[in-house]
Ligand binder design. Structure first.
Ligand SMILES: NC(=O)c1ccc[n+]([C@@H]2O[C@H](COP(=O)([O-])OP(=O)(O)OC[C@H]3O[C@@H](n4cnc5c(N)ncnc54)[C@H](O)[C@@H]3O)[C@@H](O)[C@H]2O)c1
Length: 343
């Protein structure tokens, strides 16, 4: 059987993050990078030095004059995703857009409709869903190893990078909302959030978000780009086990704590009559987690979806679900934490 030809990729927006796509799609066997589009001459010079075989252009308007582009990665600033992606979909190219897909639900819905009409793949770069540590946590939940999920929390703090177009929640909490939605397989029912613009600009630099997922499951996210302590952590506490995903710990990215507390019926509580809570002690286990680059896993998945016409794990709908939550978070922050329901 004849092998399928490699997918020709263009990357639009080649700043801090976009250049990683040029590297990854150049390394993967089923793709090659044809072109890079960036409005900054300086960035194009960096690309030309590192990847001399790649064509460079300054505007999406002239991008498709270059032959051989099957799919486009959008890695411009979040507030420009719609305007950069829409012409690529109109030109019937498959599109992989960095997170968040857009910063309004209307624009996310429009991209979904446009991609459906053009019959092209639309995928969002929710990289953490392709992180083998997050996949491990999800497998523990799916197998029922944690028992009933009580709650989950995420901390994503660091000093910078500070963005100009969106606040720290849009930039950082987007990852955790995507992870929570994925782990629980549903978006939240309501959110409540407070934030503060401690650096005296228009945008919030730190935020604290509560999320209710129904079934008595709560989530909490602390996001900040003005914190000298770098933390990338997601914790899920269940009736049987607690699991910690720490992306800054390469040796023990996932740890399972077998200690916990459960409510037991009066009959099975052995002593103390009225006391019906059972505390358990147990081991701390550090399971083997496959070492792989999440961005590479994500790009490989995109290529598989394009080549086999499959629905991505993080398609337009999952991207829209995250944007709806982010919009609700921002609405709640404006009213100092008044809960906002999601339809
Ligand atoms: N998944 C992750 O872990 C992760 C990490 C970092 C950034 N990101 C996302 O990647 C995107 C880019 O972030 P960044 O840190 O690289 O930003 P950046 O500011 O460093 O780079 C953006 C680039 O896009 C270019 N650009 C903007 N509008 C353009 C247009 N219309 N046409 C052509 N070029 C244009 C700019 O000149 C710039 O070089 C953002 O959406 C961000 O949320 C994701």
């Amino acid at each position: 059987m004849a092998e399928k030809p490699a997918i020709g990729i263009a990357v639009v927006g080649c700043g801090y993050w976009g250049i990683n796509y040029v590297r990854v799609f150049s390394e993967l066997p089923n793709s090659h990078v044809v072109a890079v589009c960036d409005m900054s001459e300086e960035r194009l010079n960096v690309v030309k030095q590192r990847f001399p075989q790649v064509e460079v252009v300054k505007s999406v308007d002239t991008l498709f004059d270059i032959p051989g582009i099957d799919a486009v990665v959008i890695s411009t600033q979040a507030s420009t995703h719609y305007e950069a992606a829409s012409p690529c979909i109109a030109a019937k190219r498959h599109v992989l857009i960095e997170k968040p897909i857009t910063i309004t639900t209307e624009d996310a819905q429009k991209l979904m409709d446009e991609a459906a009409a053009a019959q092209v793949t639309l995928m969002v770069g929710h990289t953490f869903i392709y992180n083998s540590g997050v996949q491990k946590v999800r497998s523990y939940i799916d197998q029922g190893n944690l028992g009933h999920i009580y709650y989950m929390y995420a901390r994503r703090t660091n000093l910078g990078p500070i963005r100009q177009d969106v606040n720290a929640l849009w930039d950082l909490a987007t990852h955790d909302v995507a992870i929570f939605n994925y782990l629980l397989n549903t978006p939240p029912k309501w959110v409540s959030a407070v934030g503060s613009n401690i650096l005296h600009r228009e945008q919030e630099d730190v935020g604290f978000v509560a999320l209710s997922y129904g079934n008595n499951i709560l989530g909490h996210i602390h996001a900040s780009w003005a914190d000298p302590n770098k933390v990338r952590e997601v914790v899920v506490v269940g009736s049987d086990r607690r699991v910690v995903f720490d992306d800054t710990n390469p040796l023990e990215r996932v740890r399972i704590f077998e200690k916990g507390v459960t409510t037991v019926s009066e009959k099975s509580a052995d002593s103390y009559g009225e006391y019906s809570l059972l505390m358990r002690d147990g081991d701390i286990i550090s399971p083997k987690v496959e070492v792989s680059e999440p961005l590479k896993n994500q790009c490989r998945h995109f290529l598989e979806c394009v080549m086999n016409n499959r629905r991505p794990m993080t398609g337009g709908q999952e991207g829209l679900d995250v944007v709806k939550v982010m919009a609700a978070i921002n609405q709640s922050m404006k009213s100092n934490g008044v809960p906002v329901e999601l339809s």
